[in-house]
Design a protein around this ligand. Structure first.
Ligand SMILES: Nc1ncnc2c1ncn2[C@@H]1O[C@H](COP(=O)(O)OP(=O)(O)OP(=O)(O)O)[C@@H](O)[C@H]1O
Length: 551
């Protein structure tokens, strides 16, 4: 074999080896592709099989409110939502309220309502995006952030062909998906502070800038749209609806200052009964009147009312009945370990030392606050006992927390000074003030009611049982304004009171309209006593005259 033949032989040999190599590579790719296709066909078949199966519409879906009229008892909240979002200049909104009272249901309906308004900036296809603040977790390296958006860097697995080409890929978050529409964040109070801060920036800029160490302006292999996103940001112009079960004080002032605040209130017993009734109607089930009464006296909110009816309906259906009996409801109540709603009603008759105070807790929950006092004349120096309250309480926030004497206890001490000033000889009596029932007492606003209870006990004068009182006391016996008056008056009316006495400085014109209760604004404790004490004297004890206080 001469040299040329040898060269040719080597060339042919290497040609065959290289050819075999590429042929093998191609074959492998084809086999891989065939097996991927086979696997995908199998998965698609499985997916189609799953899709072909469908159960009935879940009961929870069937009873979901479809119009605002289906949302019971929240007319005021819905009106505020409409005012904020359905006009030509929609605002960001924070919706406060206890769990299960219709916040989400109303938010889901507001977009359609807004679109009906010709002047609204929301277009016909404006999106409504929902996100849950409790599950919207994010990765601190920015790999994943369902709210703000993230960048999928080429180092990460599954970066695909763009990744192989070293291109960082921006992934839009909910704020961009909601562009031109509304972003509803349920439980916004649970968002991580870092996410909240990022959200605030977006609300300000109406776009979001994403960052990546793999992005370079000079990199010409990066496609134009990625350059555009990194340089100009992703659009994020939307209106925020944040719902929370927390109180306004617990929400960051920065987000509050950018939003209109809307309040959804707890549902009254009658309203819960209506929610239960309409749920049973949607399920095509009849429910006895007494059954409705039982539901509404155990459940605390609309969701619980609907759930109770659903389980009872399920029970009736399995027994092939078309109506829900009281016993079905009782069984559900028992099985779900529901406890009866505390019924705070006014006392049936006037009693010495017993006063209907008014409290408010949570964002908007008014409640009747029972206050009892007894006074026993003593030869020595009188003692003051206060029960039914915490002796000490925490105040402040996460940054600065302090322990202080209970506000209710301080309030009683304040009342004793006021009564001494009014020449009520409290020092001659062992006085016991009790707050039964475990209702939270915010202290100062119960001052006027506590003073009435002690004054009534010392003078043995009965207090009108149909009167409810709220007001802080100045040390000179003047009634000072308090918070939550509308909710307090509504609670008083629901508990059966016919008269509510509030500080004149509150000037809550709105409360004058509560049906079935007369609201009387007063200036001084003396005016209050002459309005709420029954005009009779117990002859066993000398009534103590009240002198006019200087205020
Ligand atoms: N006021 C109401 N009127 C009619 N149905 C209600 C009302 N409140 C709650 N429901 C029923 O309860 C379900 C749950 O209510 P929704 O999710 O709107 O409550 P929410 O206030 O958003 O509660 P959460 O704070 O727990 O998310 C609704 O789908 C509806 O069936």
């Amino acid at each position: 074999m001469d040299f040329t033949s040898l060269i040719m032989f080597v060339q042919v040999f290497f040609g065959i080896v290289i050819g075999l190599y590429f042929w093998n590579l191609l074959k492998n790719q084809r086999t891989q592709r065939v097996s991927v296709d086979r696997e995908s066909r199998k998965e698609m078949h499985q997916l189609q099989k799953l899709r072909s199966i469908s159960l009935n519409e879940p009961l929870a879906e069937k009873v979901r409110p479809l119009t605002f009229a289906d949302i019971i008892g929240q007319d005021e909240g819905i009106r505020s939502l409409e005012a904020a979002l359905c006009g030509p200049n929609p605002q960001h909104v924070l919706v406060y309220g206890p769990p299960g009272v219709g916040k989400t249901a109303a938010a889901r309906l507001i977009m359609e309502k807004a679109k009906m308004n010709g002047g609204s900036p929301f277009l016909g296809d404006a999106p409504f995006i929902e996100l849950d603040g409790t599950t919207a977790r994010f990765d601190e390296r920015g790999i994943a952030d369902p709210l703000i958006g993230s960048v999928h860097d080429p180092i990460y697995q599954g970066a695909g062909s763009m990744g192989q080409a070293g291109i960082p890929q921006p992934k839009p978050g909910a704020i961009t998906k909601a562009h031109g529409g509304m972003l509803f964040i349920d439980e916004i109070g649970e968002l991580h502070p870092i996410q909240l801060n990022k959200l605030l920036k977006v609300l300000e800029d109406r776009k979001v800038f994403l960052e990546s160490a793999y992005y370079s302006e000079e990199n010409t292999s990066i496609p134009t749209h990625v350059h555009d996103i990194f340089q100009n940001g992703l659009p994020a112009d939307f209106r925020l609806i944040g719902a929370t079960t927390r109180t306004p004080e617990e929400i960051s002032p920065a987000i509050r200052s950018r939003c209109l605040e809307v309040f959804f209130r707890p549902l009254k017993q009658k309203e819960l009964s209506t929610v239960a009734k309409s749920a049973s109607e949607r399920l095509n089930m009849h429910i006895e009147e007494q059954g409705l009464e039982t539901v509404s006296s155990y459940v605390k909110n609309g969701r619980e009312a609907v759930n109770t009816v659903q389980i009872a309906a399920g029970l009736a259906t399995t027994e092939e009945r078309e109506s829900i009996n009281v016993s079905d409801i009782e069984w559900v109540v028992h099985a779900s370990r529901l406890s009866r709603r505390p019924e705070k009603n006014i006392h049936p008759e006037p009693v010495v030392g017993r006063v209907n105070g008014l409290a408010v807790y949570g964002p908007d929950l008014g409640m009747l606050l029972e206050i009892e006092a007894t006074a026993q004349e003593t030869s020595g120096e009188g003692m003051l006992t206060v029960t039914g309250i915490a002796e000490e309480e925490n105040a402040g926030n996460e940054m600065r927390s302090i322990r202080r004497k209970s506000m209710a206890r301080s309030s009683v001490d304040n009342v004793m000074t006021v009564l001494r000033h009014l020449r009520v000889p409290v020092e001659r009596y062992d006085i016991h003030v009790n707050f039964p029932g475990g209702t939270p007492i915010d202290g100062p606003s119960a001052g006027a009611a506590i003073a009435t209870a002690i004054y009534s006990a010392v003078n043995q004068r009965k207090v009108k049982n149909d009167a409810a009182i709220t007001g802080e006391l100045s040390i000179w016996g003047r009634l000072k304004p308090v918070g939550g008056v509308p909710s307090k008056v509504a609670a008083a009316q629901e508990a059966g009171a016919t008269h509510a006495f509030i500080p004149a400085d509150n000037d809550e014109t709105v409360v004058h309209q509560v049906e079935g209760i007369t609201v009387k604004p007063l200036n001084t404790l003396n005016e209050l006593f002459s309005n709420v004490l029954v005009e009779e004297m117990d002859m066993n004890r000398q009534g103590v005259p009240v002198t006019e206080s200087s205020s």
